[in-house]
Design a binder for this molecule. Sequence first.
Ligand code: UT7
Length: 313
Amino acid sequence: MKPMQSNVQIVATGHYVPEKIVSNIDLEKIVETSDEWIYTRTGIKNRRHVEHMDTSDLATKAVQNLVDSTHYDLSKVDLIIVATFSPDLKSPAVANMVQRKLGLGDKPMTAFDINAACTGFVYALSVASSMLQSGAYLSALVIGAEVISKVTDFSDRNTCVLFGDGAGCIVLEPTSQSKPAWFFPLARGDYEQALYVDQFVHMDGQKVYHFAVRAIEFVLEEITKEAKLSYEDITLFIPHQANRRIVQNASKTLQIPMEKFYMNIEHYGNTSAASIAIAFDEVMKQTPLPADSKILFVAFGAGFTYGACILTI
Ligand code: UT7
């Protein structure tokens, strides 16, 4: 397979993180760890944990924040895709719950979830773009949302310090303007055992780390080659926020300055499918990018899944 191309425009973004901040110092009180170990190995200082909310609540709040800040008319939405590995229930999908919570429950539309773990948001964007490209849909609401604290073993220091809860979202629409986008969602099923979730998250951190470093290099080379873009042509890289050292490694190998990678892992930890969506909304709110700039998302996670996409602002 090769990267897919489509033409879509980003019309709005939003995010929500729970209010409860859990610091490295808080975690020192429950497992044998230290602020120094966590920060130097990962770049994480704090993460957010829900108190009385589930994944569909965070997703709905993210969309409400999108509406508050952009006044986007949600009645246009006819496609909702939620990327998550931590749904409220096995069925129905979080997307259906969000549809109802947004007051769109009786509007005919397509709504479903995608589980591609931490690459879920990149997968969801690529599916949504293909569906928009078909001409059948007017507005796609794509959400990454996770409550990882409910599948975290707080006696396992290998995993419990890494993850956080949150949600981010984006609305994509078809456009007659030139807004080229490329999508390259990939998977390697032979790494399945290195990272999986049953009652709790289990991870062989070293194995995931080494895979992630190679995966980022591979997808960035392939997707930019297909798009006929150089790394200089990309205004900003938004990587999945799993470990600052993974991104520093890619920055060094690919000779892309670290300043071109947006990082917020310090504040939220690894929020899996939500991480790129949260980061992108922060970017759009803090330093809006000039029209026609190219933005690249790159992710990796359980499956193993990995992938990238390039969007034109
Ligand atoms: O989003 C999904 C994708 N996930 C990832 O990308 C995660 C990728 N992996 C990583 O980010 C890193 O492998 C970790 C941050 C998970 C671990 O860092 P590491 O440098 O690979 O450490 P390690 O697993 O090799 O462990 C080194 C030592 C071990 O002790 P010994 O055996 O050397 O005595 C661990 O037991 O660090 C110990 N350790 C800890 N110590 C203090 C593991 N977790 C902790 C902890 N606090 N929380």
